[in-house]
Write a new protein. Sequence first.
Length: 66
Amino acid sequence: MKSTTYLEELKAKSVDELAQELVSAKKELFNLRFQNATNQLQNTARITEVRRNIARIQTVMSSKAE
């Protein structure tokens, strides 16, 4: 998914929906790290992508809080 379209989707969501999205992204990151540690992860670039998505979610949440 392109980051600009993902960012637009995030901006359209409410703070509660963003919080839910953040929780699910953090769970996914945990699972990816676990798979990486046990050598079961095929696409290691997904870890970086999820980390950046978490940062995007947090940025949008902080801008909506102001």
